[in-house]
Design a protein around this ligand. Structure first.
Ligand SMILES: [Zn+2]
Length: 143
C-alpha cells in the first residue's frame, strides 16, 4: 500500500455550475462581490434561497456590494482532518459581517497568515483557485 498522494492537496474548488450560486461565482471571477437581494422588500438573503423569508417573494436581484466588513467570529484549523493536507500551515477562517450589507455573514479563509481577532476589519478579495474559479478571501487589517 502506498502513501497518499500529497500533490493532490490544494485549495477547494467549488462547483460554479450550481444554478443557485452561478451569479456569485461569475462576479467573483471578475473580482466583484454580489449578494442576492429581494426585489419586493429589499432584504439581502445570504445564503440564497428560493423564497424570501421576510416577505415570501420569489424574486431576487444580485447587487454588487462594497467588500468592507469586520471580523464577527473566527477559528483556526491547526491540524488536518482530511488525507493529503498534513503539514499545511494553520488555516484561519473568519465570519465577516459587512458595513453596508445588513444581515449578511460570509465565511472565508484569511489570505495572509494573520491571526484573526474580532476587532479587525476585513476586506473581501478573490483568489483564483482553478481555471475561471475564484474564491472570496479576507484581508484583515487594523482600524
Ligand atoms: Zn422580501
Amino acid at each position: 500500500m502506498s502513501a497518499p498522494d500529497d500533490s493532490a492537496a490544494g485549495p477547494w474548488v467549488p462547483d460554479t455550475t450550481w444554478p443557485v450560486l452561478q451569479e456569485f461565482w461569475a462576479a467573483a471571477r471578475t473580482g466583484h462581490l454580489v449578494f442576492p437581494r429581494c426585489t419586493a422588500c429589499g432584504r439581502y438573503q445570504w445564503y440564497p434561497q428560493a423564497m424570501c423569508p421576510a416577505c415570501r417573494a420569489m424574486a431576487f436581484a444580485w447587487d454588487e456590494v462594497a467588500p468592507d466588513g469586520y471580523v464577527f467570529s473566527h477559528t483556526t484549523l491547526r491540524r488536518s482532518f482530511v488525507p493529503g493536507a498534513d503539514g499545511q500551515q494553520a488555516r484561519h477562517i473568519v465570519l465577516v459581517k459587512f458595513l453596508h450589507v445588513p444581515g449578511v455573514t460570509l465565511v472565508t479563509n484569511v489570505r495572509e497568515d494573520v491571526e484573526p481577532r474580532v476587532d479587525l476589519r476585513a476586506r473581501i478579495a478573490f483568489d483564483e483557485v482553478g481555471p475561471g474559479v475564484s474564491l472570496p478571501v479576507s484581508e484583515l487589517y487594523e482600524v
